[in-house]
Structure formats: C-alpha cells, structure tokens
Design a protein. Structure first.
Ligand SMILES: [Zn+2]
Length: 446
C-alpha cells in the first residue's frame, strides 16, 4: 500500500475487544474504530488501520471492550431528585401519598433542570448515550440534553387533567407541537408525544396524538398494561383490554412505544406484532412496585421489538442500564423457564440496536458500523471483579460492572474520559442537589 492511500481522520480508538452488535452475537479482538467528525469512518483490525489511517488523536484501550452507547428507552429524568424518598410501597400509595404531593410542591423549571442534569450525570457514567424522557417542562429537558450533548427522545406529557405544565389536552398538544417544530431536524433531540397511560388519557386526545404523530413523524410513548389492576379495571369499565382500545383508536403502530406490558395475552401479542408497535421493558421498576413481569422473550420470539428502559429513579432506584439488562436477562430466564432465553448478546442488543429501532433511527444509531453516528462507549475489564475474561459479552451482562465504563463519545465528542465527566460540573451540581434534598426533607417532616 502506498502513502497516498492513507486517509486522515480525527480519532482512533484501539480496543482489546469490540462488540459491534451488527452483525449480531460476535466479539471481535484487537480492533480500531476510526471517527471522522460525528460519524464512524471505519471499524477494522488494528494492523489494517495502521496501514490505512492517520488520526489526530489515538486512544489505546488495552483492557477494554468497546461497544455502541446504551439507549435508555424510558424514564422520568428529573425524578432523580426523589430517589429514595419513598420506598417499599404499593403503586397507588406511592403515587397518591408521596410522589404526586411532592411533585405538586416542588416541580418547577429549575427543579427539572437540576434533576435532569443529575440523571444525565448518572446515565453518562454508566454507559448511556441516548435516553428517553417523559416529564414536565420538556422544553427545559430538551435544552439541557442538547447543551450537554446527550441524545434524547423528549416525550411531552399528555393527560386529561391540568398539571404544572398545562391546563389540559388542548394546551399540552399545542405546546407539544411547538416543541416538535422547534427541534425539527436536530441530530440530538427527538421530541415525541407522551400520553401518560390509557387510564389518564381519553379517546379524543389519543386520536389527536395519532394525528400529530402522522403529521410530524413524532413517536408516541405510553405506559401500557403496567399492572393487572389497570387491565382488569379497563375491561370492567370499557369492556375491552387497553391494547384493544389503543389498536381501535389507531395508537398502536410502528411509531409507538408501549412501556411495561407486564400483562400480556396472546391477542395482545398479535396486536403488537401486527401493528409493529415496540415494547419498552423496565423490569426493575416492575419488580420494585410489584407490578408483574413482562414476558420479554416470548414477545421477541413472536417478532415484537423489545427495547430496555430504567424508568425513573424514584421507582428503580438507579438509571444504570447495564444493571437493567442484568435484571432483564435473569428475569427473562425464569419467566420463560428456559436458561437459554434472553442471552447476553440479546440483552446487549436490547439496550442498543432495539432502542434505535424504537426511535426509528437504527440506520444511524445502535451499532458500530461505518457510516453510523459515533456514539461509543468503552468498559474497562481489568478489575478483579471482571477477571478472568473468557467472554466480554458475558461480563457486560452478568458481572455487574457499570462503574467500569471508562470512556464515552456522543456524536464523536468525548463525554466520559477515564471515568470522569467532561461536560457536567459535578461539584456544582452536587451543591444544587443538596439544596433540593434539604427542602424535600423539610416538607416530608411537616
Ligand atoms: Zn414511567
């Protein structure tokens, strides 16, 4: 090869192991990832990279596994400020006596900004590069994510009743459409429609949500079949299961993400797979609130795309997606009564490419393939708790190690370097978090 075939690029990452996710189920060794601007220019063996590329910067990761950044498909970021405030309670007591009163007392734009930044710090440190949010003041969350350089699907809330963010469905939908317009074509921010749940949004607003999704291409994310009570109550009051009702209203489709789905009948599965709706599996929240278990593996075997989310930190209580896939894999095996169900590679794909599919961006996110956006993480496997290494995919899922995330890049920009955040001032953030905690504690004591 002659010198004039050498290509110049920005960053070269030398990885001991690499899990590209596409093709699925493989682990490569001694690979280089070449980044040019915001995109992956090449993924190739290091000795080939030596001959073909010259880069401005080279990062050697000799004990690390490199993979696509994780995609956390469901959460309520700012609720991180309520982490550990009320635990060990049934869902309705937890909501009525603790979460809703605290929300009505404290939610403001500043609360949302500080809580979202706390959540982003945790997600970045534990390997997430894209997250989905559903909470109040979505304009503020979008701006915070954009300014930090995280990719985010921002679901604006849609409910029948007034909240701190709006007077009712009309106002939610008009403010939501303005949010969609404001971020049109942005690489980082994906505004979406967030009807809270079938029991809090009536038919009219749901049909308007579908019309807005058809007009703008925005995704719809909805909590669905979270508990047995939700389904039984709907059958009693409306004579049909929530999935049936949503299908009739045109809500289920390839742009729709159904969060939880712990109660799933065969007709439900048929509706999901026929319509191409996605399921967002949040096993830790379901376990903690005793909501039930989503048969993720059964759904996947019937062709439903299943992505993973942590839910908010008030019901999990962390936003660690590696921890979530560990739980998802363990739970799936018991639910399927099959130890081979939900393998390590399937779990990793659930937290990456399947999330990208649910977002409609699998052509540019979710795997390490030339031409895709450079959202990349590295995990250091040199610590005793991940030794020896026979199969790095096994460690990523079964040996909890999210704090070993050493590096991350989003859009080719470094976000974590040697375990430290590059774009969030953590000491300053901690002062603001302390201040909120003091106020919340005081209210709890009153
Ligand atoms: Zn939720």
């Amino acid at each position: 090869m002659t010198a004039d075939t050498i290509t110049a690029a920005d960053i070269r990452i030398n990885a001991r192991w690499l899990i590209p996710i596409e093709p699925s189920g493989i682990v490569l060794e001694h690979q280089a990832v070449i980044i040019q601007g915001s995109r992956i220019a090449a993924v190739l063996p290091t000795e080939v990279a030596d001959r073909e590329f010259r880069t401005r910067e080279t990062i050697d990761l000799p004990h690390h596994v490199v993979m696509p950044g994780l995609i956390n498909m469901h959460g309520h970021a700012a609720m991180s400020l309520f982490r550990g405030m009320a635990d060990d309670l049934p869902l309705m007591t937890w909501l009525n006596d603790h979460i809703w009163p605290a929300e009505s007392r404290f939610i403001s734009e500043q609360f949302i900004a500080d809580g979202t930044q706390l959540a982003m710090a945790e997600m970045l440190r534990t390997g997430t590069t894209t997250f989905s949010d559903m909470y109040f003041f979505p304009e503020t969350v979008a701006q915070m994510a954009h300014d930090t350089g995280m990719r985010a699907q921002i679901c604006f809330p849609l409910l029948d009743f007034p909240t701190v963010w709006g007077s009712g469905p009309e106002e939610y939908l008009s403010k939501g459409e303005a949010l969609i317009d404001a971020w049109k074509g942005n690489d980082y921010i994906m505004p979406a429609i967030g009807p809270h749940a079938p029991y809090t949004v009536s038919d009219g607003p749901l049909q308007k949500a579908v019309a807005l999704s058809e007009k703008t291409g925005a995704r719809i994310q909805i909590h669905l079949h979270e508990t047995e009570f939700e389904v039984a109550d709907a059958v009693e009051k409306m004579g049909k299961r929530p999935t049936e009702r949503l299908a009739e209203l045109g809500v289920l489709g390839p742009r729709t993400q159904c969060v939880h789905m712990t109660q799933v009948s065969d007709p439900d599965i048929a509706l999901l797979s026929e319509t191409g709706a996605h399921v967002i599996h949040c096993p830790e929240s379901n376990l903690k609130l005793a909501s039930g278990l989503c048969p993720a593996y059964k759904l996947m075997s019937r062709g439903v795309n299943v992505a993973i989310g942590t839910d908010g930190a008030a019901s999990n209580n962390d936003l660690d997606l590696f921890g979530e896939i560990h739980t998802a894999a363990m739970v799936a095996k018991v639910v399927a009564n099959d130890a081979a169900a939900f393998s390590a590679h399937e779990a990793l794909q659930g937290a990456t490419l399947n999330g990208a599919k649910a977002l409609g961006r699998d052509h540019e996110l979710g795997s390490l393939v030339a031409g895709k956006l450079a959202d990349i993480i590295a995990v250091d496997l040199s610590d005793p708790f991940t030794q020896p290494v026979y199969d790095p995919a096994s460690h990523l899922v079964y040996s909890n190690h999210s704090r070993a995330v050493s590096h991350s890049w989003i859009h080719g920009v470094p976000q974590v370097q040697d375990g430290k955040l590059t774009r969030i001032d953590v000491p300053d953030l901690m002062l603001r978090v302390k201040d909120w905690a003091k106020q919340i504690r005081q209210q709890q004591a009153d």
